[in-house]
Ligand binder design. Structure first.
Ligand code: XIL
Length: 331
């Protein structure tokens, strides 16, 4: 459709997280999704617990629908996710903790899950957040996931090698939050990528999540009415990881207003545009937002205290906001 985001984006990938329920049942959601974006990330349906709800029982119902939809609409699929501390099913945790699933079996479960998922969609996914949020907050230790408990640090290498073996064409990403600004956390991720590359492990990119708050309580200038990540931060983060020969994508952007600050729509729009501009100038792989409409936004469940769930580029009635226009102007 002439003038839409994807139309203006050309080869640049502009994406969104997709909730399968409205993709199937909400006509307006589905129409805007296909018209405006050329890349999609499954918001939840490809997470481990939904793909393998019981041991050895796989459920691809929703992810099949999502991939079919993407193909019908000429969109790239960016998969999400396998090895995370969240969205691991109860059966796996229970079995591991009560000893009925051994460490060796956890490794086999990881391998088999990847074989089934990557095998089923071989040739149909462009890229994938195989490893999600590996670091324990603000430390260089890895999160205490079932993967880490059972397999140690090697779970990352194991998962990456297996996925690459099953579908060598999929670009494999580590997706993490809080690495947009220079500092310890960015260094930890950088060092991990170097460690993997040195060992010859296939790692093709990193995702910078960018769930941004206009309030940032931890900011030096409280009530500054800006998010903490600046254009310079983002551009240098992209350049730094690209210097390793890997791709960098903004993977989960949303910009959350703050009700007590009465954040203006103009201010939010300006930040959307700034981040997109940084991605284009620095040669990012893609620019993905964590949803596009406040009608179906994970912010409703997460950050209601701060922002009533209105951090995306369409409102709950599917009207494009100034943020939409600001992105369009930059493309
Ligand atoms: C979130 C989804 O948006 C929610 O619907 C779900 O309840 C929890 O997960 N980082 C990630 C995403 O990598 O998978 C998370 O998605 C948001 C934070």
């Amino acid at each position: 459709t002439a003038g839409t985001l994807r139309d203006k984006a050309g080869k640049f990938r502009i994406g969104t997280a997709v909730a399968t329920y409205p993709m199937v049942f909400d006509d307006q959601y589905r129409t805007i999704l296909g018209n405006e974006f050329n890349q999609l990330t499954p918001e939840n349906c490809m997470k481990f617990q939904f793909i393998q709800p019981a041991r050895g029982v796989y459920d691809f119902y929703e992810s099949d629908k999502l991939i079919d939809y993407a193909e019908r609409n000429g969109m790239d699929v960016h998969g999400h996710t396998v090895a995370w501390n969240e969205a691991t099913p109860q059966w796996l945790w229970d079995g591991w903790l009560d000893g009925t699933i051994t460490a060796t079996e956890v490794g086999k479960i990881l391998d088999e899950h990847i074989e089934r998922l990557f095998g089923r969609y071989k040739g149909r996914m462009v890229s994938f957040d195989l490893i999600n949020e590996p670091f324990l907050d603000w430390t260089d230790q890895l999160r205490d996931s079932v993967w880490y408990q059972a397999l140690g640090r090697g779970y990352i290498e194991r998962a990456l090698r297996k996925a690459h073996e099953v579908d060598p064409d999929v670009l494999l990403f580590i997706n993490e939050w809080g690495c947009e600004e220079a500092g310890d956390k960015q260094d930890f991720l950088f060092n991990l990528v170097v460690e993997l590359q040195t060992a010859g492990v296939p790692i093709h990119g990193i995702g910078l999540q960018m769930h941004e708050d206009m309030n940032a309580e931890y900011q030096a200038s409280w009530r500054s009415n800006t998010p903490s990540v600046t254009k310079a931060h983002l551009k240098s983060a992209i350049a730094r990881f690209k210097s390793l020969g890997i791709e960098v994508r903004v993977s989960e952007l949303d910009i959350n207003p703050h009700r007590s600050l009465a954040t203006t729509p103009e201010a939010v729009a300006a930040w959307y545009a700034t981040y997109l501009e940084a991605c284009i100038e620095a040669g990012a792989h893609s620019f993905t937002m964590w949803g596009f409409t406040d009608r179906w936004s994970s912010l409703n469940e997460w950050y209601d205290y701060y922002n009533h769930g209105n951090g995306l580029i369409y409102d709950a009635q599917y009207q494009p906001k100034l943020s939409y226009q600001a992105l369009s102007n930059k493309l």
